[in-house]
Design a protein around this ligand. Sequence first.
Ligand SMILES: [Zn+2]
Length: 389
Amino acid sequence: MKKNFIFIAFLIFFLVIWQNATFAQSKNKQTNEITILFAYTKKTALEIGGGAKTIQEQADYGIKQLNECLTNSKIGYTAVAIPELVEVDLSENIKDEHAELAELRKVNGKYNRVHQIRREKQADIVCLIFAGGKQKDEMMGIADLNGDMMVCHFGIFDGTYIFPHEFGHNLGAEHHPNDKNGGDNDYLIKFRGELYRTVSNNGGVAIPYYAEDRTIEYEFKYQDKNANWKKEKKMVKLGDKNYNSVPGMRIQAKKTAQLGENLPPVKKNPNAYTARLVNASNEPMPEGAKDAFKVVDFTYNPKTKMYTFTYNASLVYANIPRDYQIYLVDKSGKTKPQIVADGGINQGFPDVLKGKLESFPIKSGDKLQLRCCGSDNEKAKVVSEITVK
Ligand SMILES: [Zn+2]
């Protein structure tokens, strides 16, 4: 018995030593991770609504979608964001995202300071989040093929999976060969009248997989005639012999994951944009910045039984409230709050919503609570409360 104990103690001792040795080898990150440094222009912080905090939320949302795709396609690597963001002192709209990607690529160019920070943080990939674009605020992204630089409009971190698409380019994924100029192509999957695509492709609703010579069983979600959500499984071809990005992506991912630790020193360019590291959680909203989502007023008229509320919302909608509920809180407080109205919020645009609460007995002194929530699973938060006169 005692012998066994000594043996186990030794085993634990060696396991700890071995683990520490493995940790020492991988330094800052796990070996199967690709780190991304998110930089943004000051103009973006002014436009996005909520400032750096929203940019961080958008980036996290993009990373979540990206990892869903990397896992589904068994790339073998996970994407991780560097915790801090880089704010680039650039207060104008970016006019041409292609030219900006070319500039971002230059180590000694305007984004020289970003390259310095990239080296300090040992980031494998840099993603510049911008406002503007060739056609103002067209939501798009571009990325180097088999490269480590990408440029994304702040509004693309949504259901379209444009961020994983651009990241796919960095790992060598290409559009379908028939897709010459970035438009729709013939490799689209039809389901109940709707067109779908892999994230490597253009057009249609995204299926979170990269193009590969593989067929999978995919569960489609759709709304039936009565607007109820249903699920249906169907076999889906993700690509073919000529449209098979995943094997190449696995090889490129291995190279990309080693980029950050092996960057050469960066010389200082005094003419470059100034830039600073930002911790989004305690970064104040810049002066003149927009709110991500804010209820401006909430009223109820007992005579007409009409409620109305006005809200401001920025262009970004991935993480802002999409639905609202109005709860009636009885003056006596004896009964539980009950829902007296609910509906959807116009995604990303300011609006005024009105409705009638005629089927509920609402007395003077009762309270009406306006609650909003961001997604189906999120619990609604109280954003405004009024006492009925
Ligand atoms: Zn593309």
